[in-house]
Design a protein around this ligand. Structure first.
Ligand SMILES: Nc1ncnc2c1ncn2[C@@H]1O[C@H](COP(=O)(O)OP(=O)(O)OP(=O)(O)O)[C@@H](O)[C@H]1O
Length: 299
């Protein structure tokens, strides 16, 4: 808990009779980008709404810098939040953001302009700051929603499906803005998505949710699968190789996936093969897609 900005602990939530969160736990520290990944209906928005204080929860707790949200419901005012953003269509982008800062208690026009400029610049909307929002495209509205969240975020930024409906250029703009805020301003970031590749692109850690349960919580990494053909298998090899997580496909073909083998690498396996006086006849390397990696993890 020490460096955590957000710590979600054993969160449970039901809507009526229907339980949708079954003990969700994860944490986010300064400068870390966490991607909350899951299919439609997995429970992502519910988690974000609980953290934002927009939804009550039944059990567990949420801490912001070791302070319980239950003890101080004003805590989410420190967060930059993008969940179903709303704008006043007949006002310009600039005026919408200005209103938000006024509502937040900011009165210094210099500070107001600096904040608006910085966030509109990050989402590449500075040129259209004086355009009325009713003339914005869907993608521009999404980016304006992100600008709102960026502007009010003090230490924590939380975004629900920030890439939804964006074209590749729009996605890149949003991704760059998120990474810049996290890495240059040391901000903790949590965003939800059902798209693995979008999550993989920018996050340090993935929390995967399936039917309200966490099925994976760990660093974002890609993985390789090695298939090794050897000439013979002497006594003693099978036991040692099995300890390393090697699977035997036939008498002389082995399968090894380092990401599943905890502390062993392909070098360790090759060393074992050579110390047992065996020879590698052939070796095939397959880059596992992220989809393979996550879909094999089940509840
Ligand atoms: N206000 C509500 N009342 C009743 N059930 C709800 C409510 N909000 C969400 N649910 C249900 O809770 C479950 C989780 O929904 P949630 O919106 O959190 O999932 P999600 O992962 O964000 O999905 P999506 O990607 O479709 O937005 C779903 O079965 C949904 O139908």
């Amino acid at each position: 808990m020490g460096n955590d900005i957000i710590y979600v602990k054993d969160l449970e939530k039901s809507y009526g009779e229907k339980k949708v969160l079954h003990g969700i736990s994860f944490n986010i520290h300064k400068g870390q980008i966490v991607g909350l990944l899951g299919e439609n209906g997995a429970g992502k928005t519910t988690i974000l709404k609980c953290i934002a204080g927009l939804q009550s929860f039944d059990a567990g707790n949420i801490y912001y810098r070791n302070r319980s949200l239950k003890d101080d419901m004003s805590i989410p005012r420190n967060f930059g939040i993008l969940i179903e953003s709303a704008f006043l269509d007949y006002l310009t982008a600039n005026d919408n953001l200005k209103l938000l800062l006024w509502a937040d208690g900011e009165v210094d026009s210099r500070i107001i302009w600096d904040k608006i400029k910085e966030s509109l610049d990050l989402v590449k909307l500075l040129d259209v700051k004086n355009k009325k929002v009713k003339h914005f495209s869907y993608g521009m509205r999404q980016r304006l929603g992100l600008a709102q969240a960026l502007m009010t975020a003090k230490t924590f930024l939380m975004l629900d499906e920030p890439f939804l409906g964006l074209d590749p250029i729009g996605k890149d703009i949003v991704k760059n803005a998120i990474v810049s805020k996290a890495k240059e301003h040391n901000m903790a970031v949590l965003f939800s998505s059902h798209d693995l590749e979008d999550v993989a692109d920018i996050c340090d850690t993935v929390v995967m949710i399936k039917q309200g349960r966490c099925t994976f919580n760990g660093p974002m990494q890609r993985s390789r699968l090695y298939t090794v053909q050897i000439d013979n298998i002497p006594d003693g090899f099978i036991g040692e190789a099995s300890k390393m997580g090697v699977e035997f496909l036939s008498d002389n073909i082995l399968k090894f996936q380092p990401s599943k083998a905890d502390k062993y690498s392909i070098d360790d396996l090759l060393k074992l093969i050579y110390t047992c006086n065996m020879h590698v006849v052939d070796i095939w390397v397959e880059e596992l897609s992220l989809k393979n990696l996550f879909m094999e993890r089940d509840v």
